[in-house]
Structure formats: structure tokens, C-alpha cells
Ligand binder design. Structure first.
Ligand SMILES: [Zn+2]
Length: 422
């Protein structure tokens, strides 16, 4: 079995503990040893001299769309032929891993089998990419988010449109048959679309049917939930992953706190922040964004997330990357937003992207920390992200990326390849 020894690194283990000097031994796809007395681990290993670089767990993005292609609107991905779309999605999967993301939670695919095919290709080693929870298209009601289709035109949209619990059941069953890991429900709208953020769009019996059918097959559920009502529906129906949660009210906050072991919140701050501040090139200047309601929503989201953080509710980075103004490859901006906008310490932001990442991936106890017996998903970083979180945005500062014990990016500096004599 292949072994790699990272010697003399500054270890950020993902628990929030202060960085310490350490040696880490990887055996096969697991961490075999973490020694806090550098120089003590010996044996015949591939050696990586850390020279004080930071070793930390690989990052997790909690709201990923491999099939968003840096487009300005979602109609584009509805119309894109599937052949081109597969290639684009494969490229985006690689881009995540290239930037140190070793785990991603699919937050909807533009076509039913896109995520599934990419996940399977990653798992079989045919293409590079992170560990991935595949999603299907978002499920919306008639007139809900993404139902952009004029009624007289055959459907081309990027969402699944259902009407009533029986259509919901059929849709969920079909997606499960295709092999998705998650079901995504659009419980609220979105300012930029046909259906607004504070609308709560799905009927109770439709949600109940989706949850019953998904849980019967052991699948987890996530929801686009911006409105106050939709957030409460997530808690009421046990929808584990709550996306956005911008307009949470006091009642919702109390309910969420009381059920905080059951839920993850991924606010998707990049989308809100960049729509307000970086979309003018695409026709959304500050005035337009303000008129659409995005400044107000960003303010409310920041306020809500700060309160959630205070109450110990699990909030994770993952910012709806893949729009023109949130392009692929800029994923780690989300960690900086957690620090700058939400008042997280850099170390708290790292914990959200690593330890909580292992939890949302469904693998607590083996993913998201640098700890003995954990899966070896590791980054070697030039610099200290617990001091400057922005270093994670620069791929040239990520000296090595290991996923499942294998280097996706091997270190290129001089002191590798030697073995340590026993
Ligand atoms: Zn999204």
C-alpha cells in the first residue's frame, strides 16, 4: 500500500483548534498517523517536506452546480444540448478539485442525469472531480421558480414542473430511478425570476409526498427556501439542507435553533453579493439590483446568518457558483464572505468548509478533519488561511491537493520523493 509522509507542516485539523506543528502519514486512502512531535514518524514513505506550509482538510462546497456554465440566466442551461452540457459539467467538476474542493453537494442539475453521470465518472476514475452528491433538476410547481415556459410551448425548462402530490411522487421516483443522491425542492421563488423570493410556492401535500417518497428510499432532501414560510416548511417536514434562508423570521429562527442538529443552512452569499456588486457588465448595475430587491435581501441574509451563527446553527459556504458574475473557480470567495460579512473568524470559516462539510456529505467521523483513520482529503497551502482566509482563493498557493489518498495536484517543490530511513 502506498504511503506518503507530510513532514513538518503547520496543521489545521478542521476542528477549530489552533494550528500546530505536525507530521502526517497517509496510508492508502486514509490518514494513518498524526504526530504532534515532528520527526518521530519514520519508515519507507514518499516524503513531502512541508517546510512550515499549512496542511488542512480539503474544502467542501455545500451548494454546487456542475451544470451551470457561467451563463447570465437559467434559460441558457435549459436549452443547451445534452452533449455539450456533459462536457461543460465534467470541466466544472475538475475546476472544483483544481481549487482545493474535494467534496461538493449538488444543489440541482440542469438535466435529470447530468449530475449522476458526472458523479459516476468521477467515482470510477474516468474524470477528475470531488466527492459528489448528485442531484436532479429542482422540482417546482406550475408557476413556481423556473417555470419560465409559456403554456403553449412544449417544456424546455431546467426544472421539473409538477402539479399536485401524484405528479410529485412520479417525479421523485423517476429521479431516484436515475440514481440521484438528493432531491431538491423549490419552496420559494427568486427575485431575478418569474416568481419572487418571498413567495412560498409549494403546497403542503406536494412537499409531504416528496419527503415521504424520498425518505422511503433513504434519500435526503434539500430546498431552495428564501421566504420565511418556506424555511419553516423545511423544519416542519424534516428537509435537511436549507438553501438561502434569507428571510427567516423570529419564529423560524427559534424552530431552527430547536432543531439545529437536523439541519444545515447554506446561504449562497456569493450569488447575493455579486448580483449587488459585480453584475453591471451583464446589465445589472447597483440601481437595477436594488430595484430587484437584492440589496435588501443581502442585508436580511447577513442579519439572519449572524443570528444563526450566534445560536450554533450549522452554516456552510457554497455560493451558487456558475453564473457569469459568480464564475466557476471563484468558490473560496465564500469563505471570505463568511469572515467579512458574517463576522466569522477565519478559523470558524475553515471549520464550516471542512468539519461541517464532512457532516453535510453524510460522512461525519471519516471526512472533513485531519485525524487518524479519516479519509485522506488534504490540502497543502502556501500561507496560513487561519490568518488570511483569502489565500484559499489563489490556486497557485495550494501547493498540493490530495483526494482519497491520491494526489490530484502533487507538490512540485524540491524536497519530495526521498524516503525516511527507519
Ligand atoms: Zn443554486
Amino acid at each position: 500500500m502506498s504511503t506518503t509522509l507530510f513532514r513538518n507542516v503547520r496543521l489545521i485539523d478542521g476542528t477549530g483548534a489552533l494550528p500546530v506543528s505536525a507530521d502526517i502519514l497517509v496510508q492508502g486512502n486514509r490518514i494513518a498517523e498524526v504526530s504532534l512531535q515532528p520527526g518521530q514518524l519514520t519508515g519507507d514513505h514518499r516524503l513531502v517536506e512541508g517546510q512550515g506550509r499549512t496542511l488542512m482538510p480539503g474544502l467542501c462546497d455545500a451548494h454546487t452546480h456542475f451544470s451551470w456554465v457561467n451563463q447570465t440566466g437559467l434559460e441558457t442551461i435549459g436549452l443547451m444540448p445534452v452533449e455539450e452540457h456533459v462536457l461543460e459539467a465534467a470541466n466544472n467538476a475538475k475546476t472544483y478539485l483544481d481549487h482545493g474542493y474535494t467534496s461538493c453537494v449538488g444543489a440541482a442539475a440542469a438535466k435529470p442525469r447530468l449530475d449522476v453521470v458526472i458523479r459516476n465518472a468521477i467515482n470510477s476514475g474516468r474524470i477528475p472531480g470531488p466527492r459528489y452528491l448528485a442531484n436532479g433538476p429542482e422540482i417546482s410547481t406550475v408557476g413556481g421558480l423556473g417555470d419560465v415556459n409559456p403554456s403553449h410551448v412544449p417544456a424546455y425548462t431546467y426544472v421539473e414542473i409538477i402539479n399536485g402530490p401524484m405528479e410529485m411522487r412520479a417525479c421523485v421516483r423517476r429521479l431516484i430511478k436515475e440514481g440521484v443522491d438528493l432531491i431538491k425542492l423549490n419552496l420559494s421563488g427568486e427575485e431575478i425570476t418569474n416568481c419572487k423570493a418571498e413567495e412560498t410556492t409549494m403546497a403542503e401535500d406536494e412537499i409531504a409526498e416528496a419527503v415521504r417518497e424520498a425518505k422511503r428510499k433513504g434519500l435526503r432532501i434539500c430546498a431552495h427556501a428564501r421566504s420565511a414560510g418556506s424555511i419553516k416548511q423545511c423544519i416542519q417536514y424534516g428537509i435537511e439542507i436549507i438553501y438561502h434562508a434569507s428571510f427567516i423570521d423570529e419564529e423560524g429562527m427559534d424552530l431552527l435553533e430547536a432543531n439545529k442538529e437536523k439541519h444545515f443552512v447554506a446561504p449562497g452569499l456569493a450569488w447575493l453579493h455579486q448580483t449587488c456588486h459585480a453584475a453591471s457588465e451583464w446589465g445589472i448595475d447597483a440601481d437595477a439590483a436594488r430595484n430587484m430587491g437584492y440589496f435588501r435581501e443581502l442585508e436580511r441574509a447577513i442579519e439572519g446568518c449572524k443570528e444563526m451563527h450566534k445560536r450554533g446553527i450549522r452554516i456552510l459556504p457554497g455560493g451558487d457558483y456558475g453564473f457569469a458574475w459568480t464564475p466557476h473557480g471563484t468558490y473560496a470567495r465564500d469563505l471570505e464572505y463568511f469572515v467579512d460579512l458574517l463576522g466569522f473568524s477565519p478559523m470558524e470559516a475553515i471549520v464550516s468548509a471542512t468539519k461541517l462539510g464532512g457532516e453535510i456529505m453524510g460522512s461525519p467521523g471519516e471526512l472533513g478533519l485531519v485525524k487518524k483513520h479519516y479519509l485522506a482529503d488534504l490540502l497543502l497551502v502556501d500561507g496560513d488561511p487561519s490568518v488570511d482566509i483569502a489565500v484559499l482563493q489563489d490556486p497557485s498557493r495550494i501547493a498540493a491537493i490530495m483526494k482519497d489518498g491520491v494526489f490530484h495536484k502533487a507538490p512540485t517543490f524540491d524536497s519530495i520523493g526521498a524516503s525516511v530511513a527507519a
